[in-house]
Design a protein around this ligand. Structure first.
Ligand code: E4P
Length: 215
């Protein structure tokens, strides 16, 4: 299972990268707005650090404008993946980019047919938003399972990128149902290696050793 970080904050990206298990980065307009920095400049900085896929979301919502903006973003670095919304214009742009050999991440996926359509259009990644579905009393994990089943039924190669992950249970469930990738905020990644019994067990081991041998 691949792990991406969901942030535009460079310090967080560097820290997660230093853990040695980071495969890529996703950004979105809200995350960039939070950083208050030029989107292109930040993407270039991120691509210096992370050599795996870095998703750059278009602001445009109309087909031709999406193509123009996506092509500009794709020039920033070879590992840029153009992120497009799961709309009809986004689907058309996905097909055009696939034909041009540019990788795409189809975002804001909330139902299985969006995932089927974008896979047919050659998407590299599809991003179902688990947390936002849970927020409206739906079950985000069911969507991941549905997409997994559909893709496996037809041998569709688009990778399922579980997005909008809020906590460890989301991550465990995604791994159990076979999401190919998860994109996770830094504060959640920081929880992945934590358990109170690890901390107390480690403390006891060291205390026992020091009691016996000093130091
Ligand atoms: C995915 O690429 C999005 O950036 C992200 O996962 C959205 O998550 P949120 O629902 O926490 O904003």
């Amino acid at each position: 299972m691949e792990l991406y970080i969901d942030t535009a904050n460079l310090a967080e990206i560097k820290e997660a990268h230093a853990m040695g298990v980071l495969d890529g980065v996703t950004t979105n307009p809200s995350l960039i707005a939070k950083e208050g920095i030029d989107y292109g400049k930040r993407l270039a900085e991120i691509c210096e650090v992370v050599k795996g896929p870095v998703s750059a979301e278009v602001i445009a919502t109309e087909y031709q404008a999406m193509l123009k903006e996506g092509r500009e973003r794709a020039k920033i670095a070879p590992n840029i993946v153009v992120k497009l919304p799961c709309t009809v214009d986004g689907l058309r742009a996905c097909k055009a980019f696939s034909d041009e050999g540019v990788k795409t991440n189809m975002t804001l996926c909330f139902q299985p047919l969006q995932a089927l359509m974008v896979a047919k259009a050659g998407a590299y990644l599809v991003s179902p938003f688990i947390g936002r579905l849970d927020d409206v009393a739906e079950d985000g994990m069911v969507l991941i399972q549905q997409i997994r089943q559909i893709y496996d039924n037809y041998g569709l190669k688009t990778k399922i990128l579980a997005a909008s992950i809020r906590h460890n249970k989301h991550m465990v469930d995604c791994a159990m149902v076979g999401a190919d990738v998860a994109t996770v905020p830094f504060n959640v990644i920081q929880q992945f290696m934590k358990h109170p019994l690890t901390d107390s067990g480690l403390k006891k081991f060291i205390e026992d050793y020091k009691k016996a041998f000093g130091g």
